[in-house]
Design a protein around this ligand. Structure first.
Ligand code: GLA
Length: 396
């Protein structure tokens, strides 16, 4: 029995490059062109992938009393045995990386098939995210919904009167109807098909401009006007499924100018009682001072009376030879700061990292994640563990 297991493990290591070789690391980087595929495909039937991460401490277990620990996951990853193991072992929260964004949900063909019927209520279909939601449900993993109203990854046709980008833009009244109906449709579908699965939704994503004290110029702003964020949260509150928290989510939300703009436009939303949380995306690097970050978290909590979640963490490498150690040391300091904020009484119900491995990160050249291309735990992973349970990270 033991011998068979050893043979299986060796075979697995050869196939996946676990613990060594850069060539199979490279192939792992592109899961579409799954590594060593011919041999792997041939032997897949009798081959059971052993878990390659089970020997590592589990983030979700270490932080069980603190917050949900999540990852952004792509649809292809929930049917890939390697990633499946990693997700199940490490995380109890998931965010669809792309599959619940407006461009994934809005159904152009159906909408255009009957413009009058769909004029105020664009058609929506959910086929792209089903695999992820089924996987989450089957494995007791909770979901962050991402994202409803965003300037990006939202089709331009949505903003035109006849859904025709060469025609006229829709007016405020029509866009308010479309916004309300879109939010209603998504929430009602999620609640009826997956009751209790979602615990938070990003209602508005990235509405603050970069480098200036202003809202970002975008088609939502142009068509609806200055209060589009307030309206989005008003509708979200109206249709929110039970148990779901409503979030504003942004990157560089620790930046002082951006912080002020965000607080400014969220104040009326908070006063109306329509927001529950601010999501700090946290696409950062070792340059980001944890204390500056903490100051922003405290300010959002105090000024808006909301909870805070870390929603998209990745930590880009620096340009030194010691980048992996530096990243590990930083990830520990960063997590220690988050725990300190919790100690102070700031509600931080979830901590999500943006992707599973360096190989599938949107910033893969910057190696910003916690597992390597070959699913090996990096110092950055042990940094997260060490902040809470140093004994489990010893010698790593
Ligand atoms: C933003 C979005 C995410 C994702 C990342 C890049 O942070 O909120 O959905 O698109 O950019 O992958």
């Amino acid at each position: 029995m033991k011998k068979t297991m050893a043979v299986l493990l060796c075979a697995a290591m050869l196939m996946t490059g676990c613990g060594s070789g850069s060539s199979s690391d490279k192939s792992k980087a592109d899961k579409n062109d799954k590594s060593d595929s011919a041999a792997a495909e041939d032997s897949k039937e009798e081959f059971v992938f052993p878990s390659k991460t089970a020997d590592y401490p589990s983030l979700k277990d270490v932080y069980a009393d603190d917050f949900y620990v999540g990852s952004a996951v792509a649809a292809s990853q929930v049917v890939d045995p390697d990633y499946v193991n990693l997700i199940k072992e490490q995380f109890n929260s998931m965010t669809c990386e792309n599959e619940m964004k407006p461009d994934a949900l809005l159904d152009k063909d159906t909408t255009l098939s009957d413009i009058e019927k769909y004029r105020e209520c664009p058609a929506v279909k959910f086929d792209k995210c089903i695999d992820q939601l089924e996987f989450a449900k089957a494995n007791g993993i909770k979901m962050r919904g991402h994202t409803l109203i965003w300037y990006s990854q939202t089709p331009e046709w949505l903003f035109y009167k006849d859904y025709d980008t060469s025609g006229e833009l829709a007016d405020r009244e029509l866009m308010l109807k479309r916004m309300e109906n879109y939010i209603k449709t998504v929430f009602e579908w999620a609640d009826s098909e997956y009751p209790g699965l979602f615990y938070a939704w990003d209602v508005v994503n990235e509405a603050a401009a970069d480098g200036q004290s202003a809202k970002r110029d975008c088609l939502w702003l142009q068509t609806i006007g200055d209060d589009y964020i307030e309206k989005a949260f008003e509708y979200a509150r109206k249709y929110q499924p039970e148990g779901v928290k409503l979030y504003y989510n942004d990157y560089n939300a620790f930046n002082f100018t951006k912080q002020m703009v965000i607080i400014d436009f969220l104040k009326p939303v908070a006063e109306a009682g329509n927001i529950d949380g601010v999501g700090m995306q946290s696409h950062i690097g070792t340059w980001c001072d944890p204390e500056t970050y903490a100051t922003a978290v405290r300010r959002y909590n105090k000024e808006l009376g909301v909870e805070i979640s870390i929603t998209e963490l990745d930590i880009s490498k620096d340009n030194t030879d010691e980048w992996e150690e530096n990243q590990g040391e930083y990830s520990q300091r960063f997590m220690e700061k988050i725990l300190e904020l919790k100690e102070e009484g700031i509600p931080i119900p979830s901590f999500t990292i943006w992707g599973l491995t360096d190989g599938v990160s949107w910033k893969k050249q910057e190696m910003p994640l916690f597992f390597s291309l070959s699913l090996k735990a990096k110092p950055a992973f042990f940094g997260l563990i060490a902040a809470k349970a140093p004994e489990l990270a010893e010698g790593q």
